[in-house]
Design a protein around this ligand. Structure first.
Ligand code: C5P
Length: 395
């Protein structure tokens, strides 16, 4: 949503990772951005302008046009109109050119002519990356306000393992969203968000958990980041990828989540408890694996503390109510009992909504009674609706 109708200049340089820029371009287009691609001549050896033109539906500027002054002027106006410039992948060569202020090709001249924020995602051989010249060029760019994403450690094109791999598409997109949303309605706010289903150990190999995927909490974390918030995501185990630009605290059990929320939430502006916290835990998690036997096994369970009920402090409190009957009444009772400002009620019997699903159909109930019933929406859309309420509660 944050990228819809935003103009992005995507500069592609001649690293073997250039082919991955096609996926990045396609992803940004799918998120609604207008993506104008500028390729260096060496990038054209790795990926065809036609591929990129087909993915973006826009002309692609290549080295071929460099001598055509009209085209250069057009690109200067594009540089002025861009909301953000992203160079991905960025080679040691373009990094050196930018650090020196050179403008001897269409990409470096466009970058020099822009006043918009610039993100660079380096991708190169580990020795080239670690070379002091590259490092000092990068430090210079960072000190001038360039945003660096990656590189990451991993297998490089040379077969070596090392630092130099192109950052993930998710991280580059996350960096773009975060920068564009920096002055959003949650700027200078600190939100603590919990996600996922806690795991309560029975023995070293077994645990009790639930079907929560963590998707709602992760969507909230990314949406809050994209509105300028500082986000701490306290996550029970989930298969989801760590969101870019969010402080992630991994926990396993309800007791661990309670302790971390208790440490952090009291100093925050809002706590959103999207996690499915186990209500009970085995009374004694045994140290050795329980052997299979022919006799039935009985587990003694004890209550976990209710985190929302017990964390003290003056911050906006948002809870979730997953209900299978009497949705609004049960949710309203929970809002009262837990002293919440807002409760997100979802009917877990609706197909394609709630636990594990991509979408969610919820009712937002504010303290004082105002109720907003939303249609089935993606979890990201639901996250933004919840954050509309949080932003209004914080005002
Ligand atoms: O009472 P119930 O578990 O249905 O309440 C759900 C809400 O309370 C969710 O926001 C959940 O994250 C939170 N919760 C909690 N601590 C628990 C159990 C649930 O904060 N032990």
């Amino acid at each position: 949503m944050i990228l819809s109708n935003r103009t992005i200049i995507l500069g592609i340089t001649g690293s073997i990772a250039a082919y991955k820029a096609a996926e990045l371009a396609s992803h940004l287009v799918q998120l609604g951005a207008n993506v104008n691609i500028i390729m260096t001549e060496s990038a054209e050896h790795f990926i065809s302008p036609l591929t990129l033109r087909s993915l973006t539906g826009r002309p692609v500027a290549t080295g071929m046009f460099e001598l055509n002054s009209e085209f250069v002027i057009e690109h200067i106006s594009l540089a002025e109109a861009a909301d953000i410039v992203v160079i991905a992948p960025a080679t040691a060569n373009i990094i050196a050119k930018l650090a020196a202020g050179l403008a001897d090709d269409i990409l470096s001249s466009t970058v020099l002519a822009t006043r918009s924020p610039i993100i660079i995602a380096p991708a190169m051989n580990v020795n080239m990356y670690e070379n002091q010249i590259t490092q000092s060029n990068l430090s210079k760019l960072v000190s001038l306000g360039f945003i660096l994403v990656g590189p990451v450690k991993g297998r490089l094109a040379s077969g070596e393992m090392g630092l130099g791999r192109f950052a993930s598409i998710g991280d580059i997109t996350g960096a773009i969203c975060r920068r564009l949303g920096e002055n959003g309605d949650l700027a200078r706010r600190h939100l603590v968000i919990t996600a996922g289903g806690t795991q309560e150990p029975i023995d070293p190999v077994r645990y009790i958990s639930n079907r929560s995927s963590g998707k709602m909490g992760y969507a909230l974390a990314e949406a809050a980041r994209d509105r300028g918030a500082r986000v701490t995501l306290i996550a029970a185990p989930s298969a989801l990828i760590e969101p870019y630009g969010v402080e992630l605290c991994n926990v396993n059990t309800a007791m661990e989540m309670y302790s971390v929320v208790n440490d952090i939430a009291p100093r925050s502006d809002a706590l959103i408890m999207a996690a499915a916290v186990a209500d009970y835990r085995p009374a004694n998690a045994v140290q050795a694996k329980i052997k299979k036997a022919d006799t039935p096994l009985t587990l003694d369970l004890v209550n976990n503390p209710d985190i929302l009920d017990n964390v003290k402090g003056n911050f906006v409190r948002v809870g979730f109510a997953a209900e299978s009957e009497h949705l609004a009444e049960n949710a309203r009772a929970k809002l009262q009992r837990k002293n919440l400002d807002l409760i997100v009620a979802n009917d877990i019997t609706i197909a394609g909504s709630g636990f594990g699903a991509e979408n969610n159909e919820v009712v937002l109930i504010r303290r004082g009674g105002t109720e907003r019933k939303l249609p089935l929406l993606s979890k990201r859309e639901v996250a933004d609706k919840i954050l509309d309420e949080v932003a209004s509660l914080l005002r």
